[in-house]
Design a protein around this ligand. Structure first.
Ligand SMILES: NC(=O)c1ccc[n+]([C@@H]2O[C@H](COP(=O)([O-])OP(=O)(O)OC[C@H]3O[C@@H](n4cnc5c(N)ncnc54)[C@H](OP(=O)(O)O)[C@@H]3O)[C@@H](O)[C@H]2O)c1
Length: 231
């Protein structure tokens, strides 16, 4: 039987890397998109190193993949703090990475996903349904991604394509908070691991044909963050 093929963005780190590894264990050929991959990530069919904001290169690279069963949009960037202090460059980077790129990739791949009755999984965030002081722009983009997924599903469900929005909460072992003045708390029960979300995705992709999970939140038991210590 021909192997299923997945394209995963954000595949070089954190949640996207964990999802790529899980998909490989499920027998998928995984085309990972990122910038700098860990050297030991040898389970990829191909590691595609590019800046996802470079639309021409992105579209050229994915046009070379003939069959696509699954698209996972996991690439993301985040800047926090009061909106007053978000710079134009930070806002542009988040808009292009967190919302523009997933929509461009999805539009380009819908014809191939129709052929396979495939699936789109968007990694949004619990911020997509909340008020996010000190994260207004990031939360707005994740809300946009969630809205996009809900509408897209209604457009394409008749073709057999499924669209899933996955909303993780604070996750340790990723680089997302490198620009923040806080991190998830390392106290037991206060954080997720990337594998919690990849296991959730495993159960979603293994739903029987004809049944669809459209949205799912993944949350730690307790709700706590920690301020980073100043040097
Ligand atoms: N961590 C959390 O608590 C959390 C919670 C909810 C939702 N999320 C969402 O989960 C997703 C994965 O984030 P993560 O937590 O795993 O963070 P991460 O470790 O920082 O991973 C982000 C990924 O996106 C890629 N990426 C960012 N900008 C890119 C660009 N311009 N071009 C190409 N690739 C780019 C990174 O590639 P390189 O490293 O190679 O640059 C990396 O693979 C994001 O969409 C994030 O918003 C995370």
């Amino acid at each position: 039987m021909e192997l299923k093929t997945a394209i995963v963005t954000g595949a070089s780190s954190g949640i996207g890397l964990a999802i790529s590894k899980m998909l490989s264990s499920e027998g998928y050929k995984v085309y990972g998109i990122g910038r700098i991959f860990p050297e030991d990530a040898d389970f990829f069919e191909k590691r595609i190193s590019l800046d996802i904001r470079d639309t021409d290169i992105l579209l050229k690279k994915i046009s070379e993949i003939k069959k696509v069963d699954l698209l996972v949009n996991a690439a993301g960037s985040a800047y926090y703090g009061l909106a007053e202090f978000n710079t134009a460059d930070q806002i542009k980077e988040m808009c292009r990475t967190d919302l523009e790129a997933p929509m461009i990739l999805t539009s380009a791949l819908i014809p191939k996903l129709k052929d396979t009755k495939g699936m789109v999984i968007n990694i949004a965030s619990v911020t997509s349904t909340r008020i996010n002081t000190h994260g207004a722009a990031y939360g707005a983009l994740k809300a946009g991604l969630r809205s996009y997924g809900r509408s897209l599903y209604e457009e394409v469900r008749k073709t057999g394509i499924r669209v899933v929005t996955v909303c993780p909460d604070l996750t340790l072992g990723t680089k997302l908070y490198r620009n923040a003045d806080f991190t998830p708390s390392e106290d037991e029960g206060c954080y997720l691991l990337p594998e919690d979300t990849s296991e959730c995705v495993r159960s979603v992709i293994n739903m029987r044909e004809g049944a669809a999970v459209t949205e799912v939140e993944v949350r730690p038991q307790f709700n706590r963050i920690e301020k980073k210590k100043k040097d």
